[in-house]
Design a protein around this ligand. Sequence first.
Ligand SMILES: N=CN[C@@H](CCC(=O)O)C(=O)O
Ligand SMILES: [Zn+2]
Length: 434
Amino acid sequence: MSGCKMRLLVRGAAQVVQVACNGEKTKLREDMKDLAIVMASSKEGVSLAVDEHGKIAAVGLDSEVARQFPDAQWQRVVEAKGCSLIPGLVDGHTHPVWSGDRVHEFSMKLAGASYMEVHAAGGGINFTVTHTRNSSESELLELLLPRLNRMLRSGTTLVECKSGYGLDVDTELKMLRVLEKAKQASNIEISTTFCGAHSVPKGFTAEEATVNVVKEQIPAVKAAIENKEISVDSIDVFCEKGVFDVEQSRRILEAGRQIGLMINFHADELNPLQGAEMGASLKSEAMSHLEEVSPGGIAAMASSETVAVLLPTTAYILRLPCPPARDMIDAGVPVALGTDFNPNAFCLSMPLVMHLACVLFRMSLNEALCAATLHSAHSVRRAHTHGSLETGKNADIIIVNAPRWEHLVYQFGGADETVAYVIKNGHVVHSKQS
Ligand SMILES: N=CN[C@@H](CCC(=O)O)C(=O)O
Ligand SMILES: [Zn+2]
């Protein structure tokens, strides 16, 4: 290894929280609390080395890593004395492409209107659809990029992003193209989800909208993928009373599966519809929300190894019952976290989401970190390369400005101070000073 070109050395850290160190993609039940951590000794700190391809080459005490790379030419060295390292955060659920905010609805909800009352009155998703249909691709990209940058500054290095404010072929493809452009223009990594079944568009019945998604939108998405215009990983549907019922949702998800997409959808949010049971029967990769999941749904998710992407901002802002996170963890469901950033829940910060998950969902700090890294990465099936600080994985790292990483969550709303550096593939993409 001597004389080799290396991208980055971070040294002198008080702790490096690897999360996992045996290549595991999930940590279930009690294991979720049991994170892999390398601690500084009384004499020296901990180092992390990144190779010239942006992969983690070593994690260990400073002297051990220095010994491993005696003549390395380090492109950059970061001194991390008094700091801790954790994996870059992975946001498992967002709706970030839209125009027209809904600050007026926030007041309506505070005055007592429910999410579905606002939705039924033509507000909610359909309000955003009208604005998004009227915005150009470049306007949407201009709105999206600063949002992604705010996520990055709070420590998110990989984010799942949905379409779903078009509900017609042209606007859904426009949104997917905007996400494609953002992949080039932003330092954050994106996993794209097609969500043309996010709501029933004005003038359609749910059945007509289902047929439209299956017969028009999915074939158009397939063609755009084949032309290499866009890349899409997953399909989503808002499976909910008054939106798409369980059978319509199943048809949409199966049609997505047929064109090679992963299944990652909104289930059992406001009403207990047994969406989780249906999703498990399709071997869905992930389901989100699950505030109203049944015990049978939890058991089915555990056996189908479906990731539960929990969204504390939604339960908080809509004053919903919390999803039974403890029951899911106890049953062996891999629990992940997401901000659910959308015009209803304007939150871009995973550290804040982790704080809410701890307080509202009674998750421990270690569980919240595992959920916001390894399990969220697994929800988009990138845990083989993301979500832990292990040799061979992408060097996506946060340097926390405190000797214990927990300050990131404890100092809630304080990410501008606690996130000292964000590193993507071994490149510093944000630092507190910059
Ligand atoms: N519940 C459905 N979709 C979003 C909300 C989208 C919106 O209100 O614009 C969610 O996950 O919370
Ligand atoms: Zn959502």
